[in-house]
Ligand binder design. Sequence first.
Ligand code: HEC
Length: 124
Amino acid sequence: MNVRAGVVGVSSLMLVSAIVGGLGEAAEHDGNAGKGKVLYANLCIRCHGVEGKGNGVMTFTPPVADLTAPAVQHKLDATLLKTIHDGRKNTAMGAWKFVLTEEEMRDVTAYVRVLGTGANRTLP
Ligand code: HEC
């Protein structure tokens, strides 16, 4: 995905390609959202919740980020990836570089974009 594209462009591109090509192909040149969905369900959902709103079963101080919030979705892929990669010091957000490959982190980032569009609710 072109990181210079505005978030509106990125989101509508994801939505259009998700509808046309299916979830798995939504971001074929970058992360694979279909694979990211599985990773998200296994690793992220317990904190970030089914819809990414930060209302998973585990709660923390500082609170879990709402991944669908404009403040998060307006960030570049590279910025989200860096947080996923390195985690956030003194928060419950861990460094996934110890768990996931670079490709898997791109896949889960692509799924964070799907959560941002709400397309996760209408697609399998
Ligand atoms: C143990 C709970 C926990 C798990 C598991 C977890 N997170 Fe987080 N995450 C957090 C918390 C808490 C924050 C907010 C950190 C802060 O306050 O800066 C956060 C923040 C984030 C952010 C930054 C949002 C922003 O404001 O820019 C992203 C992106 C993110 N998480 C993605 C993920 C992904 C993807 C996974 C799974 C691979 C995951 N998280 C797993 C607790 C978790």
